[in-house]
Design a protein around this ligand. Sequence first.
Ligand code: GLA
Length: 376
Amino acid sequence: MNRFSEEFGREPAGRWAAPGRVNLIGEHVDYADGLCLPFAIAQRTVVLAAGRDDTTLRLRSVSERDTVEIDLDEVGQGSPAGWGGYAAGVLWALREGGHPVRGLDLLVTDTVPLGAGLSSSAAVECATALAADDLFGLGLGGSPEGRRELAAACVRAENEVVGAATGGMDQAAALLATAGHALLLDTHDGSTRQVPFDPADAGLQVLVIDTKVRHHLADGQYGNRRAAVEKAAATLGLPSLRGATLDQLGGLDAELARRARHTITEIARVEQVVALLDAGLVTEIGPLLDASHASLAGDYEVSCDELDLACTTARAAGALGARMVGGGFGGSAIALVPVARADVVAGAVRAAFEAAGLREPDLIDAVPSPAAARLE
Ligand code: GLA
């Protein structure tokens, strides 16, 4: 018997997978009408599912001890608490959007590394969304427009049910990315463009350095940064900081001005990286990655010692550029590394972490990969 039938006493109707993501650049701007440039990675979350005729979601993950059972009619703000909120929230959001979604039996098998800042939560949301789309015949998974709607339901689940005020970058990457490309996402209007990004073709590798640390202040600080840039925009009388310029920041108090400066300069760096990638100049993006990290660490204050160490060590060992990725305060950094230097960089990072008395980081080769899909 397989795990699914052992757990639920029936066969699954199919398997769906959604990838994690790495954001090449455009960090902490997806909730500020900004531009970001994530790509999907090969690491993915796989769900097995079968539809039900009632409103019950039975949920099991091989990485959790218990099966969770949730009545979709009872899903709402903050409920259910815990990891079940991601999958339940997606079904709830689709129902709220008028879609004929009922309950599911759902088993999560493989997962994107948890807590590494590679968007394991968006992956479980997006795999669930795609399973529901197929099983209840919503017809959304087959087109970019439909996938945008699925992504929006996933964001709603995260914002309203889980209660995390995240932007939409992770879900867009998981549902809209294509292999060999980064996804330029304009969060002002939700539009996307595939930008060629094939590091291997240029003799490069994007090395993910998972620091394996997660500092406690992370959650509150995320909401606090979002509130700060919203306040900065409101103070300037603007709907958002998109299109604002540095010379408008003079009237803001010093901390708000620094937060806003990160937003404005980071959006400009995304535009510069996209121009370089469009011109086939991938080896030249390194300094922009470095500048992004400096801005996140200095102006936005979301880095930490472990992420800084990962970046400085990687650069010193031959990386063309390095930066923290995701929300910060732990999780992962990325380094753009010539393949010929990959072992040296990896060795240097491991040695530096050991010398600092830190846990050995996990190192992952991040390859621009396809979006979520039904398997076989
Ligand atoms: C987290 C959020 C994203 C984004 C990043 C920072 O990953 O889920 O929406 O805001 O942080 O860029």
